[in-house]
Write a protein that binds this ligand. Structure first.
Ligand code: AMP
Ligand code: ZN
Ligand code: FE
Length: 290
């Protein structure tokens, strides 16, 4: 006989608020991501595909069937001078407003993928653009798709090798993404009813840096992420409280074959999601009053 499930207290419930699916460069379909979350014992996830919300309805439907809450999210790449910074939008509500703008960003991703393929061909790798389109399917195309084609043809050993030698920042086949100014990204997410969260700042997340980002309008900071050291996590957690930025975190899981990235392994407490919910409620109330 199976023992009845032990009720878990809020302190023992975990969430994963940074996940990718085939809607961008992940390997699993949105519904399969949610099923994996259920199997890992998570109570909620945020689907945060790059420059798209197209996976959200399917993930939501799966979440309703499986009892996993699905937060509508997105990961944008913004620029500040020459520096690229990732921005997570979480708890988005006005999805169609945002989706209209993301369509344009996805078109620039396709142009960039074609430019990267041209560079690779000039470097002596006869990669076919069609193979990249096949790898990306209907999803927002990104460098991980190009990396998979390079690997399949034996031109790179693995993802790391592909990025380190060819398509990573500053490497010979690198092409930067179109520039989306940081403040525009934040504004876009606010207009879509969501919170703007600084994604994986790592060692860059100093007090003065986070203060500057807070002034730009950021609501939160990703504290737990696989690229963060134990020291980063401790510092960012303290600074989040001090600067009144809501904490967030997740595995940035892309499916299998992601090395240290495993669904749910960032042990993000449900209490952090509750803090985000409280901030969203506060915003909605003040909007109604205003
Ligand atoms: P893109 O959106 O096309 O610029 O691709 C960015 C994605 O590529 C990131 O979200 C990571 O999943 C992956 N990526 C970036 N840098 C590396 C790297 N050095 N090694 C492996 N994967 C990387
Ligand atoms: Zn990704
Ligand atoms: Fe990122």
């Amino acid at each position: 006989m199976t023992a009845p499930a032990t009720p878990v207290s809020s302190a023992e419930r975990f969430v994963d608020l940074h996940m990718h699916s085939t809607a961008s460069d992940g390997l699993l379909a949105p519904a399969a991501v949610v099923a994996a979350a259920r199997a890992a014992g998570l109570v909620a996830i945020a689907l945060t595909d790059h420059d798209t919300l197209e996976g959200v309805p399917e993930a939501r439907a799966a979440g309703e069937a499986l009892g996993v809450r699905v937060v509508a999210g997105v990961e944008l790449s913004a620029h500040e001078g020459d520096r690229e910074l990732h921005v997570l939008g979480l708890h988005l509500t006005r999805l169609t407003v945002l989706e209209d703008r993301l369509v344009a960003l996805r078109a620039t991703r396709r142009t960039r993928a074609a430019q990267i393929v041209e560079k690779l061909r000039a470097l002596g790798f006869p990669i076919e653009l069609d193979a990249v389109w096949r790898e990306a399917g209907a999803g927002a195309v990104g460098r991980p798709h190009i990396a998979r084609v390079l690997i399949a043809n034996g031109w790179a050993k693995d993802h790391r090798d592909a990025f380190d030698r060819l398509i990573g920042s500053g490497r010979p086949a690198y092409v930067p993404k179109q520039r989306l100014p940081l403040s525009d990204a934040v504004q876009m997410l606010h207009e879509a009813g969501g919170l703007a969260v600084i994604a994986h700042p790592g060692s860059d997340g100093s007090r003065s840096r986070l203060e500057t980002l807070k002034r730009i309008g950021f609501d939160g900071v990703e504290v737990r992420h696989p690229s963060h050291t134990v020291e980063d996590i401790a510092r960012l957690g303290t600074l989040a409280d001090y600067l009144r930025l809501v904490p967030s975190g997740g595995s940035a899981w892309h499916g299998a074959g992601d090395g240290p990235r495993t669904i749910g392994n960032m042990r993000v407490p449900h209490a952090w999601l509750e803090r985000q919910d409280a901030l969203v409620r506060e915003r909605t109330t003040s909007e109604r009053v205003a």
